[in-house]
Design a protein around this ligand. Structure first.
Ligand code: HEM
Length: 457
């Protein structure tokens, strides 16, 4: 039985990034970018609809829902993904769904869409339930001791994405792919200084060159898996690889080649597991930060689940657990910074945009903007009790418009299943002096990990 929550200082706020309180010069920008990209966001971005400046290139940060709608939806063709985004991701995932533009993006999106339909995502839920059960068992073994829950969540979400992309493939070595992806993110994905100031794309980046062998390993493993699956035929129920193999652009009938399949498969693995692990790790941090909400969520989860792991049919009864995930994605959006390069002249919030300008959507600042959210730094899952009151383009953890994350409902389903399973079984408490520090590398990571103490509930 839960004890009543120890009263917490009601004005205390969960961890935040110290945002810049004055404009930064070029050298300062470089130093800050090396340390933590989030600190480049000026404090006024949480109080204004738009902030513009120039470091080497002209840039704009947009926090206005109307302007966001224009960038992501109404004038999509004017705002392709930024040169920097493509530069970072192309070596790993080629011209796949995440990076492609125009017609090449559209046909791939159409071919992949059925794999992420509600029916198929629901059919993949048993994999998530099984991963939740294994995570609970592992955490049970650390009971009473401090543990880095971020590492645990990375393991759990990697098991899910590996099992739904490459399940039953003998060529697939889960541990090796995991090592390769982590090495790739560590060596390459740190947004390099040259990228921030807009150096030409041909300037070689040492870290990128070093990532070469890792990428070759990842690619050849995925190629072998695809070849084997073509030989053996689909598994039952079909996993993401089967569904992609079947997928065709409904307009033209075009199917993906092995290289295109491989790039998209790696995209799902890279885009899908760390982001969901971050969501879960930050959600557990927030529950430990606010014991009264944790107690309410545990009451909900244990009433529904008893001692079993959550299944997809439980989700309608786990609405607080789901709101905790929604609020976590507001406070710590894993993709905290979306970036576009203007292809032509335009106006946003009445301001001139020139061809070549960098247009950024600092989702972290959008989600904490005082014009859009009451008391924005406070953890309050009940903001999402009536989602219709939230402007669609004020809350963008998955982006928006036609290029919205294709895996959003997959991720939300997985995160809610795992969170509810863990909250029903364990009480999570913070470890004194070990608060995580939010740092934007490619995603918004808890620097130092999320150290908590889990005890059986
Ligand atoms: C909590 C977890 C996740 C978050 C926060 C997240 C976030 C995002 C965001 C913000 C975008 C849009 C990027 C932009 O417009 O520049 C995006 C796109 C994408 N995501 Fe996710 N994602 C998550 C999970 C997943 C999963 C599980 C998958 C696949 C299994 C996935 C696959 C993709 C793909 C393929 C795109 C590109 C879609 C397109 O351009 O058509 N993501 N994601």
């Amino acid at each position: 039985m839960d004890q009543p929550a120890t009263p917490r200082d009601p004005t205390a706020l969960p961890v935040r990034v110290p945002l810049a309180s004055r404009p930064l010069g070029v050298m300062e920008t470089l130093g800050t970018a090396r340390r933590n990209l989030l600190e480049l966001i000026p404090e006024i971005a949480t109080r204004q609809p738009m902030v513009s400046g120039r470091t080497v290139k002209r840039w704009h940060m947009v926090m206005d829902p109307g302007a966001n709608r224009r960038i992501l939806k109404d004038a999509l063709g004017t705002y392709p993904k930024s040169d920097v985004t493509k530069l970072i991701l192309r070596p790993a995932i080629g011209e796949s769904l995440f990076v492609a533009e125009g017609a090449h993006w559209l046909w791939q999106r159409r071919a992949a869409a059925p794999a992420f339909s509600p029916r198929h995502v629901e059919a993949l839920a048993p994999v998530m339930t099984a991963a939740a059960e294994r995570a609970a068992r592992r955490i049970g073994q650390t009971a009473g001791r401090q543990a880095n829950l971020f590492d645990e969540m990375v393991t759990a979400t990697f098991e899910v994405i590996a099992d739904v992309t490459l399940s039953g493939t003998p060529a697939f070595d889960r541990a090796e792919v995991h090592r390769a992806i982590n090495a790739y993110i560590d060596t390459t994905a740190k947004v390099s200084l040259l990228d921030i100031i807009g150096a030409p794309t041909w300037v070689p980046r040492l870290s990128r060159l070093r990532a070469g062998p890792v990428l070759r390993t990842m690619r050849s493993m995925a190629d072998r898996a695809i070849a084997e699956r073509r030989g053996t035929g689909p598994s039952l129920p079909p996993d993401l690889l089967d569904l992609l193999l079947e997928g065709a652009d409904p307009e033209t009938g075009r199917r993906m080649s092995t290289a295109e399949l491989r790039d998209n498969l790696l995209t799902f693995i890279v885009a899908g597991h760390e982001t969901t692990a971050l969501t879960l790790a930050w959600a557990l941090y927030l529950c430990a930060f606010d014991p009264s909400i944790q107690i309410r969520a545990r009451a909900e989860a244990s009433a529904v689940l008893g001692n079993r792991a959550a299944q997809v049919t439980d989700l309608p009864a786990l609405s607080l657990c789901r709101r905790i995930i929604d609020e976590t994605l507001r406070l710590y959006p894993p993709a905290a910074f979306l970036s576009r390069t203007a292809r032509g002249p335009d106006r946003l919030c009445g301001r001139e945009i020139r061809r070549g300008d960098t247009v950024m959507l600092p989702i972290y600042a959008l989600h904490r903007n005082h014009l859009l959210w009451p008391d924005p730094d406070r953890f309050d899952p009940d903001r999402f009790l009536d989602p219709d009151r939230i402007d669609r383009f004020a809350y963008l953890p998955f982006g928006g418009g036609p290029r919205i994350c294709i895996g959003a409902s997959f991720a939300l389903q997985e995160a809610t299943i795992i969170l509810a399973t863990l909250l029903a079984r364990f009480r999570f408490e913070p470890v004194a002096g070990r608060d995580p520090e939010p740092a934007l590398i490619l995603t918004l990571r808890p620097e130092g990990g999320v150290w908590l103490c889990a005890t059986p509930a």
